[in-house]
Design a protein around this ligand. Sequence first.
Ligand code: GDP
Ligand code: GDP
Length: 438
Amino acid sequence: MTEQTGPLPVVAIVGRPNVGKSTLVNRFLGRRAAVVQDTPGVTRDRIAYEALWNGKRFTVVDTGGWDPKASGLGASITRQAEYAMKTADVIVFVVDSQVGATDTDLAAARILRRSDRPVVLVANKVDDERSEAGAAELWSLGLGEPQPVSALHGRASGDLLDLVLDALPEAPREQEEEEGPRRVALVGRPNVGKSSLLNRLARDERSVVDSVAGTTVDPVDSIVTLGGEEWRFVDTAGLRRKVNTASGMEYYASLRTEAAIQAAEVAVVLLAADEVVSEQDQRVITQVIEAGRALVIAFNKWDVLDEDRRLQLEREVERDLARVRWASRVNVSAKTGRGVDKLAQHLRQALDSWETRVPTAELNTYVRALVQETPPPARGGRAPKIKYVTQADVRPPRFVVFSTGFLEAGYRRFLERKLRERFGFHGTPIEISVRVRE
Ligand code: GDP
Ligand code: GDP
């Protein structure tokens, strides 16, 4: 086997629920890390595994872990397909040949026909020769020859893997590097000083771009040079032309905050250092965490603090921001410019953490030792055993723990704390989900 370096090629599995995606992924993975079921309440958009076939390593992404109730089946599969087209080297589209092509399958096929990546159409659940007719009907999807397999019994799944790997490019597709400067959301409740800070950044650097005709710069964003680097502060139009933040507008302000966070890679949550951390501040922080963005907390109005207030603030932070102890913290004054130049290094560190990938071997060595020392507590007499851990994703780092039983929230928090102790992740939320298998 030749050692592959760099990112592995990505095979994405797309399809409706129950067509047999997970079963097929298990086939692809061999025996090692079987994905049997999701822990209830742990839903995810997608999950990635390393696989090996004929000496070739690749990543299998199961795009099917979404919650169909939340967004509607049609929308989910459309999202899966689009995500796969953006990120995968080969797309495997799975259809249940016993059911035939449903409207949802047709909708997905319509999207996948536009793909510039190879799409392999799998007619699953062809358990014997008799059911091959059902497979042939899937020619109607317009995605070429349907490959009849039985994921459950392994029928023709080796042939399928050969075909998929043949379709892989020699070198994996370049990660879709998004063009231009890193994207920052400057968010916080009204009056913490967002507009003032943006003006300060702009004044010092004299490089706010409001709208540049004929370029890709969106007029609602600002390009700011900070720490020798350009940053794209997203959705700042409302900050510069101060919108009315009277009570009725609050709802819109929060939508706007959400939009900015979604558009950004890292969020600066601005707090007023001369006031206690409020419910509303907490909500903004939660929005950032739930969106899975890197986080920098900036305490503004530092210029008005006296020694007493500073000490008091330390205690408040300890009490009110304990859940985000991992976030980068910086004290600034939009008024005097104090600390503003430090913002860039905090943004960079948070983004670095956000993109950190821990090699599987290193991760497992560490977790194995950890678990030996502090095993998960027994529940109902039987203690769950942790079998294997993998980092399924970055931006933010997401870990999947394969265990023989459910891991309690307390133990998951312990794992998070330990992962942070060992690997840093300063400035980024991390996610740990548990897959239970017998
Ligand atoms: P997913 O929701 O697409 O991930 O589907 P699963 O892999 O969970 O499979 C859904 C159901 O179809 C399970 O009961 C599987 O055992 C069954 N299944 C999967 N592949 C096959 C197959 O090739 N033949 C038959 N008969 N059943 C299958
Ligand atoms: P926004 O609603 O978050 O955009 O907040 P603004 O930028 O409009 O600021 C709200 C108020 O706080 C204004 O009166 C600002 O002058 C004041 N302010 C903003 N930043 C600072 C600062 O660093 N120090 C002091 N003393 N006042 C500030």
